[in-house]
Design a binder for this molecule. Structure first.
Ligand SMILES: [Zn+2]
Ligand SMILES: [Zn+2]
Length: 191
């Protein structure tokens, strides 16, 4: 596992990922290997999920769709979300009750499709809250998810710049200050 940690510290993420996958396959009960497996896989899932959301936003800009108009994700965006979900499922296979993996799964289901994902996410979160009532992050996430976001019309995109990340004023393009140029709703975009 030292080799995997070294790779992580060097930022060689893919190498760490491979070493840990092999280690868990060879010794499925080793707690250290399992924890490193969770850490590396969840980091990968977060990157994939962020990439999927960013691809969705770019698609919105490219197709000049108004941010509050319903539109279907492209096949690429859907695939990225599915890949992120599959990586989380890998973690849950190795450690079924892993709370961070479950929390991330709830957020991802919600991010992928708010209408369909909201009840699924809330169900996971209710179980997490019951399992550990002292965990502050769970009720925080429930509050963010349980009601449609009024600020952005529940689109997840920044309403001030319509998800573009930039604003135009006197023919000058400048970074949107409300979302720091990310195009993500400042109220619900943390998820
Ligand atoms: Zn919002
Ligand atoms: Zn903005």
């Amino acid at each position: 596992m030292g080799e995997a940690k070294d790779a992580l510290e060097r930022g060689d993420f893919e190498r760490a990922f491979r070493i840990v996958e092999e280690a868990v396959a060879a010794a499925p009960d080793d707690p250290e290997a399992r924890e490193l497996y969770a850490v590396t896989h969840l980091a990968k899932a977060i990157r994939l999920s962020d990439r999927a959301r960013e691809a969705r936003r770019q698609e919105l800009i490219r197709r000049a769709i108004d941010y509050d108009v319903e539109f279907d994700d492209t096949a690429d965006v859907s695939r990225m979300f599915d890949e992120a979900l599959a990586v989380i499922e890998d973690v849950l296979r190795v450690q079924p009750g892993h709370w961070k993996a479950l929390l991330l799964k709830a957020s991802l289901l919600f991010r992928r499709d708010r209408m369909a994902g909201r009840p699924q996410a809330l169900e996971i979160l209710a179980k997490l809250a019951e399992a550990d009532p002292t965990n502050r992050q769970v009720p925080f996430t429930i509050r963010k998810i349980e009601r449609p976001c009024a600020r952005c019309g529940d689109t997840g995109f920044c309403p001030y710049c319509k998800g573009r990340g930039t604003k135009r004023f006197l023919r000058m393009e400048s970074k949107c200050e409300k979302c720091y140029g990310r195009g993500i709703c400042p109220a619900c975009g943390v998820l």
